[in-house]
Design a protein around this ligand. Structure first.
Ligand SMILES: *Cc1c(COP(=O)(O)O)cnc(C)c1O
Length: 398
């Protein structure tokens, strides 16, 4: 079998506009006309292909982006949402009912962690957090009411890698749904190829790459996507986090160079990781052979895209990390900002920002030190110069 390549899948897609425009037309309509009244009724019942009813359900611009993401993720279908959190929360609430149980990776995005550990209490949905690399712990956590295993391909900020083929075996043997957030590794890993049932994304990060909007996506089977937008019982349809079509049309254009951006992000991060190592700076990067999950990621990745654009370094104390970050911003290395996947380098202290929802004791359990600085490495042309500047900042702050 030919190896799946997400960039080829996108390249082979023909999507063009109403008037032959190479970019599909933006459909900025909330509602749609029908030539026959019966077609409207049939559309409500979900019995008509290619008919649009109302933009909370489907919008043509959103459909183009959803189809492109489904092609990239090698899934039957997709649906785009107004944020990554909307994608994540809709999927969880669609699959789980009151009284159900979820097994989640201990390390997830802070918002996801807060939703799982606090918000789901409203629905009496129980969540057990486990070290997702400990497959025995995952198996042991399964209960009669377990519905889902939730994880991220590459977790934030320790960059732990989920063993998707093994997690899929466990979930299939126990009739669970395996849900995976692939935000850190678009193009690099195609979770559906390893048996993941539902892939969720914050498109806000690498996929869009411009930091000009928040956005998300869900990729899965046609059946699951249809269930999400069912007019009577679909979480996405009823909670209503539909993407603005002007946003989806902009993201679709940014998808066209995602493969090149991922290669460059990875190349730059690999360069920095090696340089940090050479200079005795403690760096966490999956591309380093000594990284615990290096071989695991290698076994799952689509080869040309590298090990990703995220790297974290330990600067010891909070105080030192704050000073180094402020200096790095002054030295124009990038911005002291949360988020990731931007063309400029972004850096933040994980424990004090994007993972601050996670209690201190759990942060320690994850190996997240108070001086941990996460870099989302930019598309810098001259990464050698960037490294010299970073080194200067680190050396200047004792
Ligand atoms: C940012 C992020 C999210 C949340 O996405 P939003 O678009 O901000 O709602 C979810 N998961 C991961 C891994 C993220 O980095």
């Amino acid at each position: 079998m030919k190896k799946f390549n997400p960039a080829n899948a996108l390249q082979d897609l023909s999507q063009f506009g109403e008037f032959g425009g190479v970019n599909p037309s933006v459909t900025d309509s909330a509602t749609y006309t029908f030539m026959q009244a019966k077609t409207m009724t049939d559309t409500f019942k979900g019995e008509t292909e290619g008919c649009f009813l109302y933009s909370r359900h489907w919008n043509p611009s959103n459909k183009y982006l959803s189809d492109a993401l489904a092609a990239m993720e090698n899934t039957e279908a997709g649906w785009v949402t107004a944020s990554g959190m909307a994608a994540i929360t809709c999927v969880i609430l669609q699959i789980c009912n009151t009284g159900d149980h979820i097994i989640s990776s201990l390390t997830t995005y802070g918002g996801t962690f807060a939703f799982l550990s606090n918000y789901l209490k409203k629905f009496n949905i129980e969540v057990d957090f486990v070290n997702i690399s400990d497959l025995d712990a995952v198996k042991k956590a399964i209960k009669p009411n377990t519905k889902m295993i939730y994880t991220e391909t590459m977790t934030n900020p320790m960059l732990q890698i989920s063993n998707l083929p093994e997690l899929s075996k466990i979930s299939k043997a126990n009739h669970l749904k395996l849900v995976c957030d692939n935000t850190f590794t678009p193009m690099i890993v195609t979770p559906a190829n390893f048996g993941v049932d539902v892939v969720v994304y914050s498109l806000t990060k690498f996929v869009n790459g411009k930091n000009d909007c928040v956005s998300g996506a869900i990729c899965s089977t046609q059946e699951f996507i249809n269930s999400l937008i069912d007019v009577n019982t679909g979480t996405a349809m009823l909670l209503g986090p539909a993407m603005d079509p002007k946003v989806s049309s902009a993201i679709l254009k940014n998808l066209g160079d995602l493969h090149i951006r991922m290669v460059q992000h990875s190349k730059n991060a690999m360069y920095l990781a090696n340089k940090f190592k050479e200079n005795g700076i403690k760096a966490n990067y999956p591309g380093l052979p000594e990284f615990p999950d290096h071989d695991l990621l290698k076994s799952m990745m689509n080869p040309p895209y590298g090990f990703g654009g995220i790297i974290s370094i330990d600067l010891g104390t909070e105080g030192r990390s704050f000073k180094v970050m402020e200096m790095m911003q002054d030295e124009k290395i990038g911005y002291l900002a949360v988020s990731l996947g931007y063309f400029k380098t972004l850096f933040s202290n994980s424990g004090k920002s994007t993972s601050s929802e996670i209690p201190q004791d759990l942060q320690e359990k994850m190996g997240m030190s108070e001086g941990l600085v996460r870099f989302s490495v930019g598309l810098d042309m001259d990464i050698e110069r960037t490294f010299e500047k970073i080194k200067h900042c680190i050396d200047s702050v004792k």
